[in-house]
Design a protein around this ligand. Structure first.
Ligand SMILES: N[C@@H](CCC(=O)N[C@@H](CS)C(=O)NCC(=O)O)C(=O)O
Length: 202
């Protein structure tokens, strides 16, 4: 299966981590796109033009990251990242949505902050920054219920935190969210996270 990603995308990282965590490291052959390549390469496969997108061997495209992660999780017989049923299923999926929402708010803050001062909207930065703060507080409060090994919910949360640090948004979050910070330091030691850490600014 062919995958399309950018090196820093927290959503693509979720899929890469999910594949490694489920023992399917080589399931997806990734093509890492530059910012310039993405709008050329992705729209013919995914009308939304976003990464991650994967192309199945039968020619069908899958997006977005929750769908691809669920697909990856359906392809192995080990412990599932997304419980098949019961209350835990909904907790995991809701936590994945919280992690994804944090990443989306971080992207919005970073993009707005990069604009020249005359084009920048302080209101957007304030509104999206408030979402970042609220998501961090929620994750910190529920750290005690996080699963080990991580479910899809914790994977999404950690990928969002990684992207937040990569972009320098809420730079002092570790000081004010001690439980979440301690958990995050531990999850970073997992091979799946170490191998997918975004390094180059993109
Ligand atoms: N909800 C989507 C979000 C994907 C997303 O926003 N990807 C960004 C990169 S991090 C992207 O491709 N942006 C390009 C665009 O919006 O045109 C998912 O979970 O996959």
């Amino acid at each position: 299966m062919q995958g399309y990603a950018t090196v820093a995308s927290p959503f693509a990282r979720k899929v890469r981590v999910a594949a490694i965590e489920t023992g399917q490291r080589d399931l997806i052959e990734w093509r890492m796109l530059s910012r310039e390549e993405r709008p050329e390469v992705v729209p013919p496969i995914n009308p939304l033009g976003k990464v991650p997108t994967v192309l199945l061997d039968n020619g069908e495209a899958l997006y977005d990251s929750p769908v691809i992660c669920a697909y990856v999780d359906s392809l192995h017989d080990g412990a599932k990242l997304i419980p098949a049923e019961g209350p835990d299923r909904w907790t995991v999926l809701r936590r994945e949505a919280l992690g994804d929402g944090l990443a989306e708010a971080v992207i919005a803050v970073a993009q707005e902050s990069q604009k020249s001062p005359d084009m920048r909207s302080p209101r957007v930065i304030e509104r999206q920054g408030a979402k970042v703060a609220a998501a961090l507080a929620a994750l910190d409060a529920e750290t005690k219920t996080f699963r080990d090994p991580p479910s899809m919910g914790e994977i999404a949360a950690a990928c969002a935190l990684g992207y937040m640090e990569y972009r320098g948004v809420a730079a002092d979050w570790r000081e004010s969210h001690g439980r979440l910070a301690a958990w995050y330091a531990q999850i970073l030691a997992r091979p799946s996270f170490a191998e997918t850490m975004p390094e180059d600014k993109a």
